[in-house]
Design a protein around this ligand. Structure first.
Ligand code: ATP
Ligand code: MG
Ligand code: MG
Length: 348
């Protein structure tokens, strides 16, 4: 059978490996960190840094196709791999999603609604951006932000002076604060022949900038539901995308506003493991392996709850619950803010 390479050995790489194994593929994980969650389930593991050209070359030679579980892979590493074996989804999706400013411009050029935004390279630009966009607003680093890290909320004028210090001078964008009623996301897939399949949108609740829960069905009208899917398809087609993509949306009286995209399987798609016969992980593996996309229709109502840090103490209790499916990532050390697992509760 074919070998699928995965850059990144976190929980997403782990769950992708499980899905790949179920379809008979061999999985090879590339991960700089020691004993990553995916190592317990993958067939092969390369432990090396992303600037280790020899290791990258050997990894790429072993793989029929390479995919990834996170978007911040150094460009040079991708160049080495791509000279040997295909990377799916492609480089364009990575280039765009690695930088919030590039991503916002891309979405706006597609005709999609985004929060008002401005480039903030320095303090002078921040003053100008605050004048244009106003307060409340959020200053976000252009690169490397996740789980709400690298963000400073501006609630009053007095926050402006110290905002850039909070980001250690990293290039940033200022975003107007969107008064949304709730947040939803679409987990969408596109196959190599261009067919698109979307999972039912999920409704997301964040706590301290980290995803807390996803509920399906989301509170959306029929037309909002259609809109959400059309937005996702537009993005997939524009990127000539192969694989699964997450699209985060704000629901407002003015319509759906795109918050951000993630060119990979997404935390808010974990409910699909117990709500669909083909989950987001299998859908991604199918797409990158050149298989037809599967039927992602939803057969249950599900609430996915993340188990973060000390939430792990609840596991013995959850293990006794009816209709609760536990997914634990096998991380050695529990830390505050670290995603340790999740539970999918079937509610109907
Ligand atoms: P992720 O882990 O999803 O990649 P991230 O660090 O990239 O997170 P965002 O998705 O940009 O961060 O923001 C995290 C959360 O903060 C959003 O889901 C939303 O709840 C809130 N938020 C972000 N931007 C805005 C905005 N412009 N207006 C209102 N709320 C916002
Ligand atoms: Mg993000
Ligand atoms: Mg987000």
């Amino acid at each position: 059978g074919a070998t699928i390479g995965i850059l990144g050995g976190g929980q997403l790489g782990r769950m992708l490996s499980v899905a790949a194994a179920r379809l008979g593929f061999t999985c090879h994980i590339f991960e700089p960190g020691i004993a990553p969650p995916a190592a317990q389930v993958a067939n092969r593991l390369t432990t090396a840094a992303y600037d280790d050209t020899a290791a990258l070359t050997a990894f790429a030679r072993d793989c029929d196709v390479v995919t990834f579980e996170f978007e911040n892979i150094p460009t040079e590493a991708l160049d080495v791999i791509e000279a040997i074996t295909p990377i799916r989804p492609g480089r364009e999706a990575l280039r765009i999603s690695q930088d919030r400013l590039t991503e916002k411009n891309f979405l706006q050029e597609l005709g999609l609604k985004v929060a008002p935004f401005a480039d903030v390279p320095d303090a002078e630009a921040l003053a100008r951006a605050v004048r244009d966009i106003g307060i409340p607003s959020i200053l976000k680093t252009r690169r490397f932000g996740y789980d709400g890290k690298g963000q400073v909320r501006l609630s009053s004028e007095s926050d402006v002076a110290t905002a850039l210090d909070g980001l250690a001078g990293a290039p940033a964008v200022l975003e107007g604060f969107v008064e949304f009623s709730h947040e939803v996301s679409v987990i969408a897939a596109r196959g190599p022949t261009g067919e698109v399949a979307c999972f039912d949108p999920g409704e997301n609740v964040h706590r301290d900038g980290i995803l807390h829960s996803t509920t399906v069905p989301a509170r959306l009208s029929a037309s909002q539901r259609t809109d959400a899917v059309l937005i996702a398809a537009k993005i997939l087609n524009a990127l000539d995308y192969i694989g699964v993509l997450g699209v985060e949306l704000f629901v407002t009286p003015q319509g759906l506003i795109v918050n951000e995209i993630a060119p990979r399987v997404h935390n808010s798609g974990h409910w699909t493991q117990n709500g669909c016969s083909i989950d987001q992980f299998e859908q991604h593996i199918r797409a990158v392996a050149g298989w037809p996309l599967g039927d992602g229709s939803r057969y249950a109502d599900v609430v996915m709850e993340n188990l973060i840090g000390a939430d792990m103490d609840k596991v013995p209790h959850i293990a006794r619950e009816k209709d609760a499916s536990l997914h634990l990532y096998g991380k050695a050390e529990t830390k505050a803010g670290r995603k340790m697992g999740h539970v999918n509760r079937i509610t109907r």
